[in-house]
Design a protein around this ligand. Structure first.
Ligand code: 13P
Length: 253
């Protein structure tokens, strides 16, 4: 199987209802002719259904939730379950984003529970990981990433791998305008694929898409996506501009 090429837009806590409507409509219209890439939008929860309505006719367009509850259902005020997300037509859930780890103290145990909930409810998962600037400065970035992968993916049954996509997002590059160089991205992605081969198998590792995230934009996407082990991008800021986001979708060589 050939690895999927994916460009996903994480809108984070941005847009009003109207802005989300306009942005999703513009992205859908501008990207109609772009083929061979899976397109995913992660809008805020309240706009998921509306964005789904806008993109649902497009075969290669998917929507995802930026988070899902680790619990199945019941008295968990404010939580949104994977079952709810699936019932409104969601395809993906983001799990392990560094902002969730940092601001909401999400632990690996919670991330495992979230992934299980997502998969049980037939959602695919984009699992995010990445080192802090301090890790890179003291040369422990591989160790940090390996720990994040092992702590979660070792609990992930092999038969569920088709539901998994990975996203390497170095924290120092998120929202900072500073991007990993193509060489840095390739080096880490190749390392991640090696670790995946030892957790699962070489064949499995070769079939998993690994996205890069962190100040990826319309100018640098092509050189990042040209790297052998970079299978697309998880885009923050630049996914809020329809033109830029669609340029990124067409940046595969
Ligand atoms: P930026 O593209 O804004 O750096 O955000 C990356 C990100 O966190 C995507 O999930």
């Amino acid at each position: 199987m050939k690895r999927k090429k994916i460009v996903a837009g994480n809108w984070k806590m941005n847009t009003s209802w109207l802005e989300a409507f306009d942005l999703a409509t513009a992205i859908k219209n501008k990207s109609e002719k772009i083929k061979g890439v899976e397109k995913i939008i992660f809008p805020p929860f309240p706009f998921l259904q509306m964005v789904k309505e806008i993109v649902k006719e497009e075969g290669d367009f998917y929507i995802g939730a930026q988070n899902c509850s680790e619990f199945q259902k019941g008295a968990y005020t404010g939580e949104v379950s994977a079952a709810m997300l699936r019932s409104l037509g969601c395809d993906y859930a983001l799990v392990g984003h560094s902002e969730r780890r940092q601001f909401f103290n999400e632990s690996s145990t919670q991330l495992i529970a979230k992934i299980n909930q997502a998969i049980e409810n037939n959602l695919s998962v984009i699992f995010c990981f990445g080192e802090q600037l301090s890790d890179r400065k003291n040369n422990s970035h591989f160790e940090t990433v390996n720990k994040q992968l092992l702590e979660v993916l070792s609990y992930f049954p092999k038969d569920q791998l088709p539901k998994l996509v990975l996203a390497y997002e170095p924290v120092w590059a998120i929202g900072t305008g500073e991007t990993a160089s193509p060489a840095q991205a390739q080096e880490m992605h190749a390392y991640v694929r090696e670790q995946l081969a030892s957790i699962f198998s070489k064949e499995d590792a070769n079939e998993l898409s690994i996205l890069y995230g962190g100040s990826c934009n319309a100018q640098n996407a092509a050189e990042l996506f040209a790297c052998a082990d970079v299978d697309g991008g998880l885009i923050g800021g630049a996914s809020l501009k329809a033109e830029d986001f669609c340029t990124i979708m067409s940046s595969f060589s």
